[in-house]
Design a protein around this ligand. Structure first.
Ligand SMILES: [Zn+2]
Length: 718
């Protein structure tokens, strides 16, 4: 079976069900486009990702009248009628868009997966090497640039409003209008650039659904739709800006949603747990040079196809040796043959497994058939049953077996790649907590399935999400008692996870219950050994209850699990100093150095310990390193000066103190030290004003008074 780009616009105005039925027939033939082939390559790329946009809220997909701007873009270009995400979560889905690789190839399975993207080239890196100016403007903390998302971008603007109050739900995202303004400002600053790549990420319509006016009133009973309509307006404004800046005709505009939203169907409120079309079906449309007007791709396509398609339409070759998993749709978009309709598409949800120890869900879609691998497998014919109400796995055993066989091959490849367990617990706790507040509840990170079918666990999942949100908000309001009550309730009702234990421990720590905090930090660390904050929290709580010997043993165990954790290495050094073991502290600091290449204070602290041990040469290396990595660090300059001066290098010490004072002229110790360095060089007249200045800054600082008295009287007034 093959599909093709079609110019049959009116078809898209039918209902989803009729549309799907018609497509099954239509998809069986190549439909050559009746229009002439579109011209050559686009110069610029503008990629817009709209978070949590259900495909069926876009007019061309369903006929609803909610998205006039998106509909116009699709009409002026083309859209993929059966586009899907490979995982219904923001972070891995965007990683696929930017990499052309599937979640298991990326090792990125959920929003809490290890932050690092693999080294294979990302879209912006490829384009930057091809001479593009590259800018990204994202609206959610989930897409913060750390971990590789910013690779290849000249500018990666993940500047989200800082959390001012306790309500993290509204502060972990940036309003679309603000992100758009920043993006358009950047576009304006690139005037005259030969080639431009812009990625704009809009967090509307992700929950909470709080559209601004007039959408709030207009969609009073449908706030999600209000957010969709608002996002559509923002895309229209971006398009106007492209026009105004003279970029529109030369720009490939790609608009995609990263996943949909449950909205209560299949009992799923949000997204990320199940793999129904409510959350897997995405909008995907392209417009610009090389894209025939009014085209429609009927084949199954995935977000993994975006990167190879964009490269082809921009005329940018793939890097040598780079093999994306997606297919280029460029031929089809130019009016040529489309990929075959029955080319399989893969999707997954590992959240039930990785976060709760229940079964994972795996999807294979081929033609109109969709197979869900689960303890109780599911098979749907999306042409006759687009809302997936009739599981026909028992009625269609041969078809189910064939799809399961294809899926098994994919899972074999995944096992060989060995990324299943690559999830959970390596993000900093602040990010973790804010993600939790967004509803990305996580649970037991161990990958030992109880085999429970997620279909049987949706009520537990919703209860867990609800409890996590309430508990985290209470934590942030420093209402530790309420927070502890919520998390204890979750544990008592059988929902245990590393996060629940971590947050409960933080609540107990907030209540100064170090013993109970230690117990739950330990639970969190045991369940998610990569969670360095759990080890650190456990060690600090244990310090209060059992003393430094016990605390350092915990830190050391944590370091064996997290050898790359700077936090735990520094904590080891701190504890070693408490135990009067400076040699151990030096070793721990030295382990932290390569993990904190830009951190001056660690180098300063190391240098001071080395100095106190009498290892002057080593101390000077560390302190010079400190001021080299951060010349603005006044304490590091001062420490360098003290070490130099203490070992007879008074002229160099003088220079270092002057550097410290240049950064902070109000610190009386720096001023005093400079005076001392001058006095020891016999330059009493120069020293005097610094001792006097010291006393102005700190009138009770006796050493300055003493030094003034020591200055030779006969030099006064010289
Ligand atoms: Zn998303």
């Amino acid at each position: 079976m093959t599909g093709g780009v079609r110019s049959m616009w009116p078809l898209a105005r039918r209902s989803t069900r009729a549309l799907a039925g018609a497509l099954l027939a239509a998809a069986c033939v190549i439909t050559a486009c009746s229009r002439p082939r579109a011209p050559a390559s686009a110069r610029h790329l503008v990629l817009v990702t709209i978070d949590t946009l259900r495909a069926d809220r876009v007019g061309v997909y369903s006929g609803v009248d909610l998205t006039p701007h998106l509909d116009r873009i699709a009409r002026d270009g083309a859209y993929a009628a059966h586009a899907m995400t490979h995982v219904p979560l923001t972070r891995p889905s965007h990683a696929t868009i930017l990499s052309g690789l599937l979640p298991w190839e990326l090792g990125l399975r959920d929003n809490l997966s290890p932050a690092e993207l693999p080294s294979s080239p990302l879209l912006a890196e490829i384009l930057k090497r091809a001479g593009f100016r590259t800018g990204a403007f994202v609206s959610s903390i989930v897409l913060a640039g750390r971990g590789g998302f910013g690779r290849g971008f000249d500018r990666y603007d993940d500047d989200l409003p800082q959390s001012a109050g306790a309500d993290l739900l509204s502060t972990s995202q940036r309003a679309g209008a603000d992100t758009l303004r920043a993006a358009v400002g950047w576009l304006e600053s690139q005037r005259g650039a030969d080639r431009i790549c812009l990625w704009l990420h809009l967090y509307e319509p992700h929950d909470p659904y709080e559209p601004p006016e007039p959408y709030k009133s207009r969609y009073r009973d449908r706030p999600y739709d209000g957010e969709v309509a608002y996002a559509d307006t923002l895309v229209g404004q971006l398009d106007d800006a492209l026009d105004r800046l003279g970029l529109k005709s030369q720009t490939l505009l790609v608009v995609a949603s990263d996943h949909g939203e449950g909205l209560g169907e299949h009992q799923e409120t949000l997204h990320g747990f199940f793999v129904y079309q409510t959350t897997l079906a995405v909008a995907l449309m392209l417009r610009g040079p090389g894209v025939v007007r009014g085209g429609r791709i009927d084949a199954n396509v995935g977000l993994v196809d975006v990167l190879p398609t964009a490269l082809d339409l921009l005329g940018v070759p793939r890097p040598i040796g780079f093999q994306p998993s997606g297919n280029s749709l460029a031929n089809a978009l130019r009016g040529g043959p489309a990929p075959t309709a029955d080319s399989p598409q893969y999707a997954e949800s590992l959240v039930p497994l990785l976060h709760f120890g229940w079964s994972d869900l795996r999807v294979l879609r081929r033609g109109s058939w969709k197979y869900v691998l689960a303890p109780r497998p599911e098979l749907y014919d999306l042409s006759s049953d687009p809302s997936e109400q009739h599981n026909v796995v028992d009625e269609q055993p041969v078809r189910a077996a064939a799809l399961r066989g294809t899926l098994a091959k994919l899972l074999d490849a995944e096992r060989r790649a060995g990324t299943t367990s690559n999830a959970g617990g390596t993000l900093p706790v602040d990010l973790l907590q804010r993600l939790g507040a967004l509803g990305y509840v996580a649970g037991d990170a161990s990958v030992s399935s109880t085999g429970a079918d997620p279909k049987d666990k949706i009520a537990d999942f919703r209860r867990a999400n609800d409890g996590m949100r309430r508990g985290i908000l209470a934590l942030n309001q420093r209402d530790y008692a309420s927070a502890a009550r919520v998390f204890e309730e979750l544990i008592n009702s059988g929902i245990e996870s590393f996060e629940v234990h971590l947050y409960l421990a933080r609540a107990f720590a907030g209540m100064n219950r170090a013993d109970r905090a230690a117990a739950h930090f330990e639970q969190a660390a045991r369940r998610a050994p990569l969670l360095e904050d759990a080890w650190a929290g456990w060690a600090e709580a244990s310090l209060a209850t059992d003393g430094p010997e016990s605390a350092i043993a915990i830190v050391r165990e944590g370091r064996t699990k997290n050898p790359r954790s700077p936090q735990l290495a520094v904590l080891d050094a701190d504890m070693s100093l408490r135990l009067h073991k400076p040699d151990d502290a030096v070793a721990a600091f030295e382990a932290a150095l390569p993990l904190l290449p830009r951190d001056a204070s660690i180098r300063q602290r190391l240098g001071e310990v080395q100095r106190d041990l009498g290892h002057i040469d080593a101390a000077l290396v560390s302190l010079r390193d400190a001021v080299a990595v951060d010349p603005s660090n006044a304490p590091a300059w001062n420490a360098l000066g003290m070490t130099l001066g203490g070992n007879g290098h008074l002229d160099e010490a003088e220079k270092a103190f002057r550097e410290a004072i240049a950064r902070d002229a109000t610190n009386h110790r720096y001023v005093f030290n400079l005076g001392l360095a001058l006095a020891r060089q016999g330059r009493s007249r120069e020293a005097r004003p610094y001792f006097e200045k010291t006393l102005q800054l700190a009138p009770d600082f006796a050493p300055a008074r003493e030094e003034l008295q020591k200055l030779p009287m006969d030099r006064r007034g010289q």
